[in-house]
Design a binder for this molecule. Structure first.
Ligand code: UD1
Ligand code: CA
Length: 457
């Protein structure tokens, strides 16, 4: 085991969220708060992570699965009691345990790493990360002696008037040396205002035992922001959004209006791409260079190549290659691949289909379960009839086919390369290469009929 591990407290209920979901599973920036903390711990160099679970333990455990260990705290008897539950998971471990909380989604891995390095360099048995707050209400206060040594932490509810005036607070993040940490935890009592086993008491006990205790002040008070309510979650969301957009802009992406642009941390965007307002980019979405995305585009898990122009479009789990123009009012559904130089106009839906190079779907078209070749022109109102009420069937259209307006292609059906399909056709049989396929009632004109009708009584 490496010399740095994380113990992440996530057993609490999060009462003030008023939610069926455990607090730490609520998402900020598209990612569960606890996941942000696990990722920060990983970045900081914590090779093992022990997550303390309790409230809705199974749900939290499922999220942690594969990323670390969990330890159950069946009854929430306080933060000290919570850390004690990691004893078995860390049996035999010698090194530093970094204590984190699962509800601090803005944690920064680099910042934690610096904190760990400062702790190691000082040779202390325990170091607490602190912050200076204008309004320290609710937090534990850091009590120092005249020389600036940390004596201990006193909780809001246990503090004297004088102590409540202290503006240096406990962020709830610590580096504690093991196995000493577990030895001291075993001696905690719950003689305090809340009748809980306070982790914070560990510092005073270490001092009493003559061990070195330190405190490091962070300048980044956003990073240690703990979320207790949905209002605070919205504040964290805004901070995270700003961070993500700032990073993208610094990397060469134009964001026309950050206030109306929503991009998850996982999304990648190439240089000189412009993002117009009211755009949501989510999940594993990746966008290449020189694109214009938006206004009003939502992409979830979509791979987009270079030089594409997409507006008023919703795409999910699909791929758009290069130099494609699409929109407005487009729905690209899963398993769709749009090849280079395709033009998609307004009111078009494409599902589970491949659209070949340079093909045009200019207006009012539904393509489902189809392989459309390159250089194809699908006229206005073309529909693939892919569903017979029981099963889905595929439609194949060969290269350079010209499909007239308002055509129904009743699948399974193949339209050969270089064909013409007469407008208004309902094609139920395969059309061979180079043929004209036409499937509609022949037109009949009745001379004088209209005039006679108008003049009749
Ligand atoms: C704690 C600190 C306080 C600090 C503040 C920072 C103590 C006694 N106090 O107070 O000094 O300023 O955090 O936010 O530690 N948890 C469990 N099991 C429990 C109790 C808590 O897993 O039995 C978890 C909670 O889910 C939460 C975290 O520990 O993630 C902190 O607990 P909370 O009750 O919010 O502590 P605070 O009163 O905020
Ligand atoms: Ca708290």
């Amino acid at each position: 085991m490496e010399a740095l591990v994380a113990v992440i407290l996530a057993a609490g209920k999060g009462t003030r969220m008023r939610s069926k979901l455990p607090k730490v599973l609520h998402k900020v920036g598209g990612k569960a708060m606890l996941q942000h903390v696990i990722d920060a711990a990983e970045l900081a160099g914590c090779k093992e992570k022990v997550v303390i679970i309790g409230h809705e333990a199974e749900l939290v455990e499922a999220m942690v699965a594969g990323q670390g260990k969990t330890a159950l705290q069946a009854e929430q008897l306080g933060t000290g009691h919570a850390v004690m539950q990691a004893k078995e998971a860390l049996a035999g471990f010698t090194g530093t345990a970094m204590i984190l909380c699962g509800d601090t989604p803005l944690l920064d891995g680099e910042g934690l790493k610096k904190f760990y390095e400062a702790h190691k360099a000082s040779g202390a048995a325990a170091t607490v990360l602190t912050a200076i707050m204008d309004d320290p209400f609710g937090y534990g206060r850091i009590v120092r002696d005249e020389a600036g040594n940390v004596l201990g932490i006193v909780e809001q509810k246990d503090a004297t008037e004088e102590q409540r005036a202290i503006k240096e607070i406990n962020t709830g993040i610590y580096c504690l040396e093991c196995p000493l940490m577990f030895e001291v935890l075993a001696t905690l009592t719950c003689n305090n205002a809340q009748g809980e086993y306070y982790l914070t008491d560990v510092l005073e006990k270490l001092n009493a035992a003559g061990k070195k205790v330190g405190g490091v002040i962070t300048q980044d008070s956003d990073m240690v922001m703990g979320i207790n309510s949905r209002k605070q979650m919205a504040v964290a969301e805004a901070v995270m959004r700003e961070r993500i957009l700032d990073k993208l802009m610094d990397s060469g992406v134009t964001i026309m209006d950050p206030a109306s642009t929503f991009i998850e941390a996982s999304v990648k965007i190439g240089r000189d791409t412009i993002i117009y307002p009211y755009t949501w980019l989510e999940g594993s979405t990746e966008i290449g260079e020189d694109c214009e995305i938006g206004p009003n585009v939502r992409l979830t898990d979509v791979k987009v190549g270079k030089a594409n122009h997409l507006q008023f479009l919703y795409g999910h789990e699909c791929e758009v290659k290069n130099n494609v123009t699409a929109g407005p009012y487009i729905h690209l559904r899963p398993n769709t691949v749009i090849e280079d130089n395709v033009k998609i106009g307004n009111f078009v839906e494409v599902k589970n289909s491949n659209i070949g190079v340079g093909t045009k779907l200019p207006h009012l078209t539904y393509i489902g379960d189809s392989d459309i070749g390159s250089g194809v022109n699908m006229g206005c109102g073309c529909i693939t009839v892919n569903y017979d009420g029981k099963k889905k069937h595929r439609t194949v259209v060969g290269d350079n086919a010209f499909v007239g307006c308002n055509t129904n292609l009743v699948a399974p059906v193949t339209v050969g390369a270089n064909t013409y399909i007469g407008a208004g056709s309902t094609i139920t049989k395969n059309v061979p290469e180079d043929a004209l396929g036409i499937g509609r009632e022949r037109q009949k004109n009745i001379e004088g009929w209209a005039k006679k009708y108008r003049e009749s009584e």
